[in-house]
Design a protein around this ligand. Structure first.
Ligand SMILES: [Zn+2]
Length: 396
């Protein structure tokens, strides 16, 4: 039997999240940070230890006081989380433990992009994976598109790559596999992964900007990923950065996309027979046209980062994605344009994180981990509040 998703009380969720984000902590430090009484902390940790989510480690002698303080750390042997990333033609999967460490990864072409076929393929992959990695607790799927919530039921709207609109993917995967399935936009999922387990761990505000085939932006404000009322927060690809610039595919003149996406960089170099990798190689060997295209992309990126900083004033901006070559070639242009466009004179903490495509599927697994923190009580309340004429998911 796979372990069922443990249901956690509020104090238990608070304690578990603190250890997830900050790593092992002494019991006394946890009580202090969270403002919990010793009795409440003892009750919460006992439940988490009994539930195989935390373990008690040997006391660590603290140099300042000399008193030993019992450490609490994650128990990573019991629960497994299955993450998927869907593109228009491939399915990527990873299995992680509770600390989001990747234990297994695989990918395969999608047989078709039909909803029922994709769900069947996810279910088949799940069956293969659960034999090798017992303990799967929840599934998370991320993909490009707008995700809206009908009560608790995630609905994929306008996923252009797959041609989906109005697909209740979470319910469908749950029915096909038996596991709770979280669904989120891929950039928002990656933002949550950085916020809980990556370069943004422990921050109450941050922004993630991804550059590459497209431009993605995820925002964390007051310790929570901003999803927006219609699942569309952070759409900044078409912010105008230079009103005299080139025209993007949507007809804007000088928007960030018109300079910054991989296709625009290739287009600026001119050769129709070139691809992005070739243009990167040209820039590396100091080809002037390629360097100019990256310099212009760098200016657009700097202006875009400034736009985000001016809007939300985050503690940190994380830059990632498969188009990071722009920062390799044009870091100075990025920083110059950033400083030129900031409203206030300030130091921006820009953290460039190397990117591997498997990060997307890991972000799906992080969604599954965060399912542990969705309070079942509140979920039922939200479900009850949904309009009566819209069908909602049945509880797992
Ligand atoms: Zn545009």
């Amino acid at each position: 039997m796979p372990p069922r998703r443990p249901l956690l009380a509020r104090a238990e969720r608070t304690v578990l999240r603190e250890v997830l984000v900050h790593g092992s902590l002494p019991r006394a430090e946890l009580a202090r940070r969270l403002g919990l009484s010793r009795a409440t902390l003892t009750r919460a940790t006992r439940a988490l230890v009994n539930g195989h989510l935390l373990t008690e480690a040997a006391p660590e002698r603290r140099s300042t006081t000399g008193r030993p303080s019992e450490m609490l750390q994650l128990e990573t042997d019991t629960y497994r989380f299955l993450g998927f990333k869907l593109t228009g033609d491939r399915l990527y999967a990873v299995v992680t433990d509770l600390s989001a460490r990747v234990l297994f990864s695989a990918d395969e072409p999608l047989a078709t992009a039909e909803v029922s076929d994709v769900v069947a393929q996810i279910a088949a992959m799940t069956r293969r994976v659960e034999n090798r990695h017992p303990g799967i607790t929840a599934i998370g799927v991320c993909l490009a598109g707008d995700i809206v919530f009908d009560g608790d039921d995630p609905v994929v709207m306008q996923s252009a790559f797959l041609g989906w609109d109005g697909v209740r993917l979470g319910s469908l995967v749950h029915e096909a596999t038996g596991y709770t399935c979280a669904v989120q936009n891929d950039v928002l999922a990656l933002t949550t992964a950085e916020h809980w387990f990556g370069a943004g761990a422990g921050l109450s505000s941050m922004a993630l900007i991804t550059v590459g085939t497209g431009i993605g932006c995820g925002l964390v404000i007051h310790n929570a990923t901003v999803t927006g009322a219609h699942g569309r927060a952070g759409r900044l690809s078409h912010v105008i950065v230079d009103s005299g610039g080139p025209i993007c595919g949507k007809g804007h003149r000088g928007c960030a996309s018109s300079y910054l996406v991989n296709e625009a960089i290739v287009g600026a170099v001119g050769g129709h027979s070139l691809d992005y990798e070739q243009v990167v190689a040209m820039a590396r060997s100091d080809d002037r046209a390629a360097r100019r295209a990256f310099d212009d992309a760098g200016k657009a990126l700097g202006a875009l980062i400034a736009f985000v900083v001016n809007a939300i004033d985050p503690e940190k901006v994380i830059l990632s994605g498969d188009g990071l070559a722009v920062y390799e070639f044009a870091a100075r242009e990025v920083h110059d344009a950033l400083n030129r466009n900031l409203e206030a004179e300030q130091e921006v903490d820009l953290d460039v994180q190397p990117f591997d495509f498997s990060e997307w599927a890991r972000a799906g697994a992080v969604l599954a981990i965060t399912e542990l923190f969705s309070p079942a009580g509140a979920a039922h309340a939200r479900r009850a509040a949904a309009p009566a004429d819209t069908p909602t998911a049945t509880a797992p």
